[in-house]
Design a protein around this ligand. Structure first.
Ligand SMILES: Nc1ncnc2c1ncn2[C@@H]1O[C@H](COP(=O)(O)OP(=O)(O)OP(=O)(O)O)[C@@H](O)[C@H]1O
Ligand SMILES: [Mg+2]
Length: 234
């Protein structure tokens, strides 16, 4: 079964001064076909949790398991393959290549996985259309609005038909109408393809599209949306 399972996961950052308990004993099961929305104040550990799920860092203790594989124990090579083949990751800060068109940015994982440029472009273009960028495929990132750049980052995360969707504030730069469209795309992908999805968000709309909602506060996970956070969303 292709579920994402976090079991008592701990990740602390140790600097010169104090230790930051970014993720402090989190257990979470995201089942296939389920989109989970994760809310939490700034600095509560949301991005750290996604990076752990993507194998971009290893937990100090506890287990991160996807599809019966221990993500935290993958070698660098296995981790790279996991992210290329299995994971669709929408980064909070987009990470687009400045010198490449929207279309070529979206092809990057396909090229990395051995497709020719022509094949990759043919596969990526429908995804740009699906996020509403069919008219912008030849634009460079600096010719795109922030919301358009965000949608390129979303298309890029989806082109490899991931088996796990991880999205870090994918609607943070979008207006409310676009947010709803993108949230519907992400939800539909999880439901249609029966894949688990974990969506980090501050967007009040997101909970309406998610199957379940959790809150992260000071590295601790709680079910649902707590009253304090609810008040800040409206
Ligand atoms: N590389 C790092 N080294 C030291 N501390 C870090 C590092 N990355 C994150 N932190 C700290 O860990 C905590 C959690 O950070 P994280 O980025 O996971 O929060 P977040 O919930 O994603 O916040 P935001 O909503 O602002 O994106 C914060 O206190 C942050 O300052
Ligand atoms: Mg973050």
């Amino acid at each position: 079964m292709s579920a994402l399972h976090l079991d008592q996961v701990v990740k602390h950052y140790r600097g010169a001064g104090e230790t930051v308990k970014a993720v402090d004993g989190v257990s979470l099961l995201v089942e296939e076909g389920d989109l989970v929305a994760l809310y939490g104040p700034s600095g509560s550990g949301k991005t750290t949790l996604l990076m752990l799920a993507a194998g971009l860092m290893a937990p100090d203790s506890g287990n991160v398991v996807f599809d019966d594989r221990q993500v935290g124990e993958m070698s660098e090579r296995e981790g790279a393959k996991y992210r290329m083949r299995d994971v669709g990751f929408v980064f909070q800060s987009f990470h687009l290549m400045a010198g490449a068109t929207a279309l070529d940015n979206a092809t990057i994982k396909l090229i990395g996985d051995g497709r020719t440029l022509a094949e990759a472009r043919k596969l990526a273009e429908p995804w740009l259309q699906r996020v509403g960028l069919g008219e912008r495929v030849r634009h460079m990132p600096d010719q795109l609005s922030m919301g358009e750049r965000q949608r390129v980052a979303i298309a890029r995360a989806l082109v490899n038909e991931p088996r796990l969707l991880l999205a870090d504030e994918p609607t943070g730069s979008l207006d409310s109408k676009r947010s709803k469209e993108i949230l519907a795309v992400l939800r539909d992908i999880c439901h249609e393809r029966r894949i688990p999805g974990l969506l980090v968000t501050h967007d009040p709309e997101a909970r309406k599209f998610a199957d379940r909602v959790h809150t992260l506060r000071d590295g601790h996970l709680h079910e649902g949306l707590d009253a304090e956070l609810m008040a800040t969303l409206s």
